[in-house]
Design a protein around this ligand. Structure first.
Ligand SMILES: Cc1cc2nc3c(=O)[nH]c(=O)nc-3n(C[C@H](O)[C@H](O)[C@H](O)COP(=O)(O)O)c2cc1C
Ligand code: SF4
Length: 440
């Protein structure tokens, strides 16, 4: 019998992972306001390591306080953060699971700026108001660009000093790197804007700076949106980058020294195609109120979700370009990227079925997959696959209720039908992330 490709090790240039399934970047606001880490985050990551994933790719880890999306996410903005990340890495390693830190900067996409950022505008490639939430950024000066490039390099150095297994640059989903890459967002007229080569300069500067800082033998991957779909929600927006643009960017990324590509989609987060699935508008309205003061269109969005009679308008806008595919929504883009580069390619988006994942890898669409929500629903999904089952008994419905809650409530699976309608059982499961507290 052919060995199961899902359980074959994946060899990157500087890292070997025991199987082909990664926990994709996902976390709740589990840490302290100032960006110091907590036992809760360690508990969160341990759930997935125990459940059998080969590697965990962390959620958004800000390289500076100015670059965070919300408070209460652990940061890597100073050396004092290293001991926490070391402890987290050691816990995950107990399960022979690798840990890759996602180095991130929000740019203009700052959902809740936090008190330290309240008196300054978020940095971006542009000063244009973002068209969905209405975030108000300020175009970065050359000095700010250079400083931010160094923040990424320092973050990579700290991740290495913490004994982690690699870093990922968050170059997808509308955050700062996308804001430079995207023709729909970047309106600069200097050497960081205009042509594709100029728009890619910031990302390539970051990769080269990291290589200078940590050397050539530390794993570095880049998460990228294969297609921007920048006009998906607001029809009069520019379309943004195409797959052809991204194929060229990926070739440059490889030349600059990256070890892998992680394929995602969309120039905004969340985006109709990411995370693909349901739009629980009523539930989103219960938490989106925390963002009302963050942008000039946030109150409009809140009203469109809050009132039943207005919801069809919001649904119409949100679902216009969503498409019907859920499992493997980015797979054909990943296949095209894989044909264009020599380095391994990971793909995210809707994966939950062993036979589907096996086929995706066997037919050359990707070398491994990353999973977020299906692992939130079933932390032990990989162990379930190892037992020969194709799908879990109570699969993730991709309803996006976890996403709807994350801005205010602890992250977990909020689909009560998965708990046979038992609300208390659901809350017990969600709250299990706080145990142990670290003070026993
Ligand atoms: C609540 C939530 C938080 C997320 N946070 C991040 C993040 O910090 N960084 C990131 O790159 N992607 C983030 N994602 C996207 C996921 O990593 C993943 O790529 C996406 O959900 C598609 O995979 P899935 O269908 O397996 O969930 C998040 C998704 C959800 C639902
Ligand atoms: S709430 Fe649960 S079922 Fe719904 S998308 Fe999130 S993890 Fe999946």
């Amino acid at each position: 019998m052919e060995p199961d490709i899902i359980f074959q090790p994946l060899n990157f240039r500087n890292l070997t992972v025991k199987n082909r399934i990664f926990r994709s970047n996902i976390s709740g606001r589990f840490d302290n306001y100032d960006g110091s880490g907590t036992q809760t985050r360690i508990n969160w990551e341990e759930k997935f390591a125990r459940g059998g994933v080969g590697g965990i790719i962390s959620s958004f880890v800000p390289v500076s306080i100015r670059g965070r999306i919300v408070p209460n996410y652990a940061t890597i903005d100073r050396d004092e953060r290293i001991p926490f990340w070391r402890k987290l890495g050691e816990k995950v390693h107990e399960y022979d699971c690798k840990f890759i830190m996602q180095l991130s900067h929000s740019g203009r996409q700052q959902d809740i700026a936090g008190i330290e950022n309240l008196k300054r505008k978020p940095l971006s490639s542009t000063s244009k108001i973002e068209s969905f939430h209405g975030f108000r950024p300020q175009a970065m000066t050359h000095a700010e660009i250079q400083e931010t490039v160094q923040h990424f390099a320092d973050g990579a150095r700290r991740a290495r000093q913490a004994g982690l297994d690699g870093v990922e640059l968050h170059g997808a989903n509308g955050y700062l790197i996308t804001q430079f890459l995207s023709s729909g967002v970047n309106d600069r007229t200097d050497e960081y804007g205009g042509s594709l080569e100029n728009r890619a300069r910031f990302l390539l500067d970051v990769i080269r700076a990291i290589r200078r800082e940590v050397g050539n033998d530390f794993h570095l991957q880049v998460k990228i949106s294969a297609v921007d779909f920048n006009a998906a929600v607001i029809p009069w927006e520019k379309k943004g980058n195409t797959l052809e643009d991204t194929l060229q960017i990926c070739r440059w990324v490889e030349e600059a020294g990256a070890d892998a590509i992680h394929v995602s989609t969309g120039s905004l987060f969340p985006h109709p195609r990411n995370p693909i699935g349901g739009l629980p508008a009523e539930m989103i309205a219960q938490t989106y109120d925390s963002m009302i003061s963050s942008g000039v269109f946030t109150f409009r969005n809140f009203l469109l979700m809050r009132y039943r009679l207005l919801r069809p308008i919001f649904r119409l806008l949100w679902n216009r370009q969503r498409g019907k595919v859920i499992e493997g929504v980015n797979l054909e883009d990943s296949r095209a990227i894989k044909k264009n580069v020599q380095i391994p390619v990971l793909c995210t988006g809707g994966f939950q079925t062993a036979s589907f994942i096996r086929q995706a890898i066997n037919t050359g669409a990707c070398d491994g997959v990353s999973i977020a929500r299906a692992l939130v629903a079933n932390n032990d999904l990989v162990n379930i696959f190892a037992q020969g089952k194709d799908r879990p008994e109570k699969p993730c419905t991709h309803c996006n209720k976890c996403l709807a809650n994350v801005i205010e409530n602890p992250l977990g699976c909020y689909e009560v039908s998965r708990y046979d309608g038992d609300y208390d059982a659901m809350i017990r499961q969600v709250m299990s992330v706080f145990i142990p507290s670290g003070f026993e």
